[in-house]
Write a protein that binds this ligand. Structure first.
Ligand SMILES: Nc1ncnc2c1ncn2[C@@H]1O[C@H](COP(=O)(O)OP(=O)(O)O)[C@@H](O)[C@H]1O
Ligand SMILES: [Mg+2]
Length: 396
């Protein structure tokens, strides 16, 4: 596939002064995710469906959906010192804050935002950070196009507005808070207001944690069972939190955000046709972040590579929940990098490792967190809990 260099400039609302964006620096800011080696090896069909065979027709609308495009003008927001405002960075991209005023004569009915007003809206522009990110972002746009047409997407996915051809960028609604920033803020609050009364609880409090877990597990079940995809890179940085509007009504949500899955750069489709060759475009280039990556995936970096599976997603979400409960984003923060990698390779012991860390008291033996996480991190991926059963477990 041809790699055209990203053209980092935009049409802006001030037509005669295009806003050039700076060339992206080659070094990444944390969290830095190591990138798997690229491989041309034949891939084996992954064990994508854990406990049941998916019917051929279940995900019938996968093919022939042309990617949604975003062709309107937008304006990149700038900081006080006139630099483009960044929401964040990942392995592939820089995500900029942008402003967009929907026109009343928008002829493309499928282009959100659908608000009848012409109030400026805040957008996130996910632009490529490296030349080899172009095909990855294009594939992500195709995935988001398909997923955004499925019933229920609005509860689980970052709102997607289309692919900006000129920039090679994805255009999304701005959702500035990620689960990673939330966990850090909660951990900080817990440090400030330390009390013995709550030291055995998840940092955000038990009711809020349970609500977050229920929403996330329900979302993952939707991804696997309705959308028919494996996310492939679940971690707190790739989950965005949209505040729940509770204007005037009584606060009824223990966790006051809707967690939305973002970053579909490592996503693979769940294979229903075993004869069809597996699309490993992104799997072969995907990123891995210990300790959120399932141990079998880390092991695969050492030998032949494998695509992420539904079971590896389950592991990653379990690790994410453990990070939320302990308030420790790195899970084994007081270890050096080499030791952390060693521990991530023995990921089935993740609950014990977390318990021996500084916030281990927040994962009491046989408490809610352990009972929820343990069946999702068992060593043999085929033995891990399915998302359907996990939804039941989190709901009791
Ligand atoms: N819609 C959005 N609104 C606000 N911030 C976002 C949005 N999407 C992503 N981000 C921020 O940008 C970071 C990188 O985006 P991500 O999609 O994860 O890129 P990558 O594939 O390069 O990891 C995220 O961790 C998050 O902090
Ligand atoms: Mg990311």
């Amino acid at each position: 596939m041809a790699n055209t260099p990203p053209q980092l400039s935009l049409q802006t609302t001030q037509k005669n002064s295009p806003t050039p964006l700076p060339q992206a620096p080659s070094s990444l800011t944390p969290p830095v995710t190591p990138i798997a080696k690229e491989s041309n090896q034949e891939k084996t069909t992954p064990n994508l469906s854990q406990n049941k065979k998916l019917s051929q027709s279940q995900f019938a609308s996968k093919e022939n959906v042309s990617t949604l495009h975003f062709a309107d003008d937008l304006e990149i927001c700038r900081t006080d010192d006139n630099r483009p405002f960044e929401f964040g960075r990942g392995v592939w991209s820089i995500v900029y804050k942008a402003r967009y005023t929907p026109s009343t004569t928008n002829l493309n009915p499928s282009t959100p935002p659908s608000s009848p007003t012409t109030q400026p809206q805040l957008l996130a522009v996910k632009a490529p950070l490296r030349r080899d990110a172009n095909p990855v972002l294009k594939a992500e746009a195709a995935t988001l196009t398909r997923l955004s047409r499925l019933p229920g997407h609005e509860n689980h996915l970052v709102p997607f507005h289309g692919y900006h051809t000129e920039l090679g960028a994805l255009i999304m609604t701005a959702v500035p808070t990620s689960l990673a920033t939330y966990i850090e803020a909660q951990a900080e609050q817990a440090r400030i207001h330390r009390t013995t009364a709550t030291m055995f609880d998840p940092v955000q409090g038990p009711a809020s944690f349970r609500d977050l877990a229920r929403k996330l597990i329900t979302g993952l079940n939707w991804l696997h069972e309705v959308a028919g995809v494996v996310h492939g890179d679940i971690k707190p940085h790739n989950i965005l939190l949209r505040p729940i509007e509770t204007e005037g009504e009584e606060q009824t949500h223990a966790f006051e955000y809707e967690p939305l899955f973002a970053d579909f750069s490592a996503t693979v489709e769940i294979q229903t046709d075993v004869d069809k060759p597996l699309d490993t475009t992104r799997a072969s280039m995907s990123s891995f972040t210990p300790p959120f990556t399932a141990p079998e995936m880390l092991a695969s970096l050492m030998c032949s590579e494998m695509a992420p599976t539904a079971a590896s997603d389950v592991f990653s979400l379990a690790a994410t929940l453990l990070a939320a409960a302990t308030g420790d984003l790195l899970l084994y923060s007081n270890m050096n990098h080499r030791l952390r990698l060693e521990m991530a390779r023995a990921g089935h012991q993740i609950v014990d490792f977390a318990r021996s860390g500084g916030s281990g008291c927040r994962v009491p033996r046989n408490g809610f967190v352990e009972r929820l996480v343990q069946p999702a991190v068992v060593k043999d991926p085929t033995e891990r809990i399915s998302t359907a059963k996990w939804v039941e477990l989190v709901s009791v």
